[in-house]
Every structure is written in structure tokens, then in C-alpha cells.
Design a protein around this ligand. Structure first.
Ligand code: COA
Length: 322
């Protein structure tokens, strides 16, 4: 059977930066409070004319360049997003059109902040079975479009961005293992209580915004991120000492620190982009991966553990040799 190996990574953050000082002007908060409780100092915001597909295309082209691969050779696109340009068609099909790699399957995955980890698991399975050989796996979100900028409990956390990897068939792993989970009982801790079929009232402009019970989400996230790391490592007869880099969903600096501590992992081995990115939802893991690859921290041969956690709840992990 084939294995799937990352041959290139890419990321893109929109130009506009929103600082905590600017948020101080909009809501009742302080820059110190935001940094102390979340670790976020600034986040990027898509320009009004920029869509999720625009962000995804930039990240995808950078990943393809890093992989030295002609975009037309991609035979599968799996894209995690919660904020598609349109109800349909999917962002993945529009990205396929922009890249000119027609014919193979292209589809979006909705697992909120776990979207990229879900997409990696799916693409890996396509490659393992021989159904695809060169996949583009993307996490892209313009999450700030569904943020209520009057809600100080959520607007401080999120930003926009996209990250991508090219996965190619290889003789050796590559992806060692991946595990996905979901538990729909947690819906109302983190959700947008409106939708196409769920009572979205077009006349109520505030109907489609994120609502979150922050401290409850925090507790579940910390427990879950520890447990999935231990589960996937145990299943592969490995320990945390075998992991060179942990790349968790970039939700909150305190969540990352607590996860590292509970796993007994030095914080220096956790890739942390929270300060400059905020939580970019499905983009957070591939963006952090790309940052650490490009700044030279992650080297070929390193063992990486990617972890996602998001609304639903959904969660999952990917263990791989880079
Ligand atoms: N500025 C100042 N005060 C704020 C504030 C802000 N931006 N946001 C909330 N507060 C206030 C609250 O109103 C509350 O005040 P009260 O005690 O008078 O009611 C107080 O701070 C404490 O609120 P709490 O929600 O308990 O704070 P917290 O320490 O849990 O931090 C979050 C809030 C949102 C930063 C934190 O819960 C968090 O990050 N949770 C995880 C969220 C997440 O990662 N979601 C995505 C997962 S994919």
C-alpha cells in the first residue's frame, strides 16, 4: 500500500492587522487582559473583497511551489472551512478551477477548527488506497465574518488565514496514523445558532454570529488535546518523547501551555503562533506548520503531532514523519 508524505507547505495571512490596542477602542477590554487570558496580540483580517477561496489559493500556490509541483498534476483537493464563499459550490471546486487541475474529486469538509485535521485524514486514506497520488489539503477561513464585534468574549480570539500542504504518494510514511472524533452533545458551547436550513432570518443581521461559552470550551479543549495525543501515541507504540514538534490548534496560549504541561512536553517543542495569528479556525494548524517549516525549526525526518479541536465538538490528531 502507498504512504502519504508532505512534499510542500504554504500559508497566507491577509494584509490588514487588527491589534489589541484597536480592540480597546471598540469594546470594553484592555490589551493586557487579552494577552494575559489568550496570548493573542494581533490577528489578520481579510479585506472586504477577499474571500476564503482567495486566501486558500494564495496558501495553495505557496505549498505547490514548495513541493515543486505543477498545479495541474493535483488529483484531489480536500479543504476544511466553516466560512465558504458560497452555500455552494464548494470552495474546493473553485480552488480547483483557479489552479486548472480539473477532473479529480474536490470537496469541502466542515469540522470547524478541526477541519484541516479531518481533511488530512481523508486525503491520507485516498492516497493509501491508490485513489489519489497528489493531493492538496487546505484549511482556510474568513472566520471574522461570523464574529459579533460587540461580543468581547469572542471577538478578541479569532483571525483570518489559510494554510495548505501538498501530500504525495511515497514508499515510506509520511503520515504514520490519524484519528478523528466528534461528540454532537456539545453543540451549544460553541456554535452559530443559524443556518440555511435552521431558521436563518435574512432580516436579522445579527443572526449568524459565533456564540461561545468560553470557560467551558477551555476545559474540554485542554482535556481533549492531552487525551488524543496520548491515544494516538499509544496506538503506535510511541511516547511524547518521540515527538519533535507538537502543533496543536492555535486556540489560546493558555490551552497550549496547559496541554504541554499535562503531556510532560517542554513548551519549546510546541509550535505557538497564537500571538500573531489568533485562532484562524481550520487554517490554524497548517499555518503554524508552515511557519515552523519556513523558519527552519521543523526539519525533514522530524516526527510531528498535529492536533485539532473545534465546534461540534470535533477533534482529531495526525502523527507523521515530516
Ligand atoms: N475583556 C475584559 N473582560 C472580559 C473579556 C474581555 N475581552 N471577555 C470576558 N471578560 C470578562 C467576563 O465578562 C467575565 O467577567 P465577570 O466575571 O464580571 O462576568 C470575566 O472576564 C471572566 O470571564 P471568563 O469567561 O471566565 O474568562 P476566561 O478566563 O475563561 O477567559 C476566554 C475567556 C474566552 C479568553 C477563555 O475562556 C477562552 O479562551 N476559552 C477557550 C475559547 C476557545 O478557544 N474557543 C475556540 C475553541 S476551537
Amino acid at each position: 500500500m502507498n504512504h502519504a508524505r508532505i512534499s510542500g507547505t504554504g500559508g497566507y495571512l491577509p494584509e490588514q492587522v487588527l491589534t489589541n490596542a484597536e480592540l480597546e477602542q471598540r469594546i470594553e477590554t484592555t490589551a493586557e487582559w487579552i494577552v494575559e487570558r489568550t496570548g493573542v496580540e494581533e490577528r489578520h483580517i481579510a479585506a472586504p473583497w477577499e474571500t476564503t477561496c482567495d486566501l486558500a489559493e494564495r496558501a495553495a500556490r505557496r505549498a505547490l511551489e514548495a513541493a515543486d509541483l505543477d498545479p495541474r498534476r493535483i488529483d484531489l483537493i480536500v479543504l476544511g472551512t466553516t466560512t465558504p464563499d458560497h452555500v455552494f459550490p464548494s470552495v474546493a471546486t473553485q480552488l480547483q478551477h483557479r489552479l486548472g487541475c480539473y477532473g479529480g474529486p474536490a470537496f469541502d469538509v466542515q469540522a470547524v477548527c478541526t477541519g484541516f485535521v479531518y481533511a488530512m485524514d481523508i486525503a491520507n486514506r485516498f492516497i493509501r488506497t491508490g485513489a489519489a497520488r497528489r493531493a492538496l489539503v487546505v484549511g482556510a477561513d474568513t472566520f471574522t465574518r461570523i464574529i459579533n464585534w460587540q461580543d468581547r468574549g469572542t471577538c478578541i480570539l479569532f483571525g483570518d488565514g489559510a494554510g495548505a500542504v501538498v501530500l504525495e504518494a511515497a514508499d515510506e510514511p509520511g503520515i504514520i496514523d490519524s484519528q478523528l472524533h466528534a461528540d454532537g452533545r456539545y453543540k451549544e458551547l460553541l456554535w452559530v445558532p443559524a443556518g440555511v436550513s435552521g431558521g436563518y432570518d435574512q432580516t436579522r443581521q445579527n443572526a449568524a454570529f459565533v456564540e461561545m461559552r468560553g470557560s467551558e470550551v477551555f476545559k474540554v479543549a485542554v482535556t481533549t488535546l492531552k487525551e488524543i495525543a496520548e491515544q494516538i501515541l499509544a496506538a503506535n507504540h510511541m511516547t511524547i518523547a518521540d515527538v519533535d514538534w507538537l502543533i496543536p490548534h492555535q486556540a489560546n496560549r493558555r490551552i497550549l501551555a496547559a496541554t504541554a504541561k499535562r503531556l510532560g512536553l517542554p513548551e519549546e517543542r510546541v509550535v505557538d503562533c497564537v500571538r500573531l495569528h489568533g485562532n484562524t479556525s481550520a487554517a490554524s494548524v497548517p499555518l503554524a506548520l508552515d511557519v515552523a517549516v519556513r523558519d527552519g525549526r521543523i526539519q525533514r525526518g522530524d516526527t510531528l503531532l498535529l492536533e485539532g479541536f473545534g465546534g461540534g465538538f470535533t477533534w482529531g490528531a495526525v502523527l507523521l514523519n515530516y
